[in-house]
Structures are given as structure tokens and as C-alpha cells.
Design a protein around this ligand. Sequence first.
Ligand code: ATP
Ligand code: MG
Length: 422
Amino acid sequence: MSINIPRGTKDILPGEVEKWQLIEQKAKEVSARFNYKEIRTPIFEHTDLFQRGVGDSTDIVQKEMYTFNDRGDRSLTLRPEGTAPVTRSYVENKMFGLPGQPVKLFYIQPMFRYERPQAGRYRQFVQFGIEAMGSADPAIDAEVISLAMTVYQELGLKKLRLVLNTLGDAESRKSHKEALIAHFEPRIDEFCSDCQNRLLKNPLRILDCKKDRDHELMKSAPSILEHLNEESKTYFEEVKTSLDAMKIDYVIDPTLVRGLDYYNHTAFEIMSEAEGFGAITTLSGGGRYNGLVEDLGGPATPSIGFAMSLERLLLALEAEGITLETEEEIDCYVVALGDEAKRKSVAILSQLRQAGIKSDKDYLDKKMKAQFKAADRFKAKFVAILGEEELSKGIINVKNMDSGEQSEVALEKLSTFLKQGK
Ligand code: ATP
Ligand code: MG
């Protein structure tokens, strides 16, 4: 009996993996350009970290975590998101004391959530995320948004929509929260049990409910924008001014709230507007989380970040019909005829590889014709043929597969010759 892959996961095979390498490369390169440094955290953490850092009332903590006890009876959880672990590491490694502030970090790491799998929703997925920690300058909110947009745009995406909102500061949120409770309470029995639980704990999250999104009270719900105090209003205005300065378009949606509990001020999502993208159109989400570092035992540290999954990025590229140029061809395939040539080809291949030339040879004892076929399949730019005669003359016959041109090259000059032709 064969064993299949677990539900909601997938293998990324050669042919597909090159696309992943390319978008990872782009994410790393853009991060470096914006002066963000990579951080890698463990795949599992103490369960408490997510309960405290993501929030008890969130879907992630309530329903989606892969939690298990290890053999020492500690409760551990496979990382469902990146911000809590990065914040833990920031506090643990006292990054608040580093000379270069704010601390600007990025990660590309697998995440695990027990969700109902569908297109764009998996149980293991890879997130590219950014955290800028230690600045309350609205310009850095705009920088973080611009970084995400740059990655998408430079990969060729055009049908993007940046949706922006503010959740205000603690005071604004308190006033908004009261208004929301007053709004929903009289008819809360018409809402799902999740929403009923959220009402007093975190009524903002009712607005994020997928089941009750069409209820009439949703549309008439009080907007955060009416409850912003002066400071929060000014903050939001300045984020918009910085986005305008960078010529980044956005639409304001006062109903946009993020699934995680720790956000305040800026919240944003980037959506794909490509036709045929499917039901899930959010490519990335992020926002400001000024209280989290303190909640996890560090000093007050205003921070902002986002996360995007590479799976949804690839789906968006596909929906827009963008094909990534991945390099598949090899530089040279060595065809060897006869036992001695075969032996010699081992040394030749080794030299080519040390010289940085992408090359290969036959290992299946194939006839000449089949070796040429293999060279073709690997899209070799050159085929180097070594037979008895070439061996005795100390040369090798090199065929340029584009032009068909053939040259006799001294064995010791082969790598130089190929490098010129590359
Ligand atoms: P959704 O509303 O789609 O469940 P979310 O609010 O749970 O999203 P976040 O926790 O903010 O999403 O994660 C940020 C990004 O990670 C999302 O915008 C999306 O690109 C991606 N993402 C989230 N969950 C999954 C998943 N199960 N599979 C693939 N990508 C995901
Ligand atoms: Mg989710």
C-alpha cells in the first residue's frame, strides 16, 4: 500500500521549484534593497507564545494550530505565523539595544495552519514577511507597504489593489469598541456563535466574520474613522501622504480589520483583481502592532509588518498570465564513446564544473544517438563529443547546438572555449 501526502500540503517538484527560487530571490533582493536583514526562527515554539502573541480570540489560536506535546510533555505548536516568533526573538536577543535602529527584518519560512484546504489555502504554506521594529514614524508604514508592492510589481503583477485602513490608537479603539457593542448587541442572536463570543471580547472581529458578512448590520456598523482621536487621525494622514509621495495608489476601506488581535493604527491588505483568481483574493496583509513587544516582555516598541504567502503570489502570477523566465538549460553535455573516453569524461566533467560550467554526462551506458537525445532534453547549449580518435589527438569535438557549428578544441582549453561561447 502506498502512502500519500498529507491533506493541504504539496510537493514542489523540479520544473515548478525554479519559480519558487525565482520569487524567493526577488523577495530577498528587494528586502536587501530596502535594508532589511533576514531572520530565521524555529519551526515550532511554545504554544503560549501564540496564545499570547496572536491572541486567544483569533481563528488561528481557536481552530488552526498544530499543537502537540513533546516527549518531555511540553506543549509546542508548529509556527502558524511569523510576527510572534520574530517578536519573541527580538525580545530574547535584546535587539532593542542594537545600534542600528529601527530593527528591520524579513523572513521566508513555512507556516502551518489546520484549515480547510482549497485553492490558495493550504495547511503548510510559505510566508515572506517583514517586521520593522522600533519606529513610530508613519513613513515606515509606507515603506513597508511599498516593499510588498515592489516585490509584486517587479515580478510583473499589474492587477493589484492596495486597501488601507486605520484601527486607531487604544483610546480610539475603546470608543469604537463601545459603539460596536451598542450596534450589534440588540440583535447578536442573529449572528454565528463565533460572533456572539466576540461581541464583548473583541467586537471589531465581527467585521471580519466570513459567515455573517452579508448581515445588514455589517454595512451600517459604526466606522473606526468616526472614532479616531486627533493623534490617530494625524498618523493616518501622514501614512497617506508618504504613500502619495511614492505614487502608490490605495483605496480606504474602514471595514478592513486584520485577523490578529495585536494590530493598531495602520492596517492594509493587497488584493489581486485578476479575473479568474478565485474566491480568495487577498495576497498579503499587514499592519502596525505597537503593543506586542511589550506584551511579550520587552520594552514598548512601535512596530509594523506584513506577510504574504508565496502560494498566493504564484496563483496571482498565473491568473495574470505571467510566466517567469526560469533557467533550465545546461551549458554542456559531454558525449563519450568507448570505455576509455568514458573514463576520461569523468575528469573532463569535473574540470568543467570546477570552472563554473553547468554540465552533465550519461550514466546509463547509452548509445551515441541516445546520448544526443539526452543532451537535447537537458537543453544543452554545447555538446562535447569524445571518441577514440579525439582521445588520441588530445582534442574534443564541440558542437554549438544553436548554430550547428562544430569546433575541435584542445582538451585543456575546453572550459575556456565554453566560457567564451556562453
Ligand atoms: P485569510 O483571511 O485568507 O484566512 P489571514 O487573515 O488568515 O487570511 P494572515 O494571517 O494575515 O492571513 O496571513 C497573511 C497572508 O498569508 C495572507 O494574506 C495570505 O497571503 C497568506 N495565507 C494565510 N493563510 C494561508 C493559507 N492557509 N494558505 C496559503 N496562504 C495563506
Ligand atoms: Mg486565515
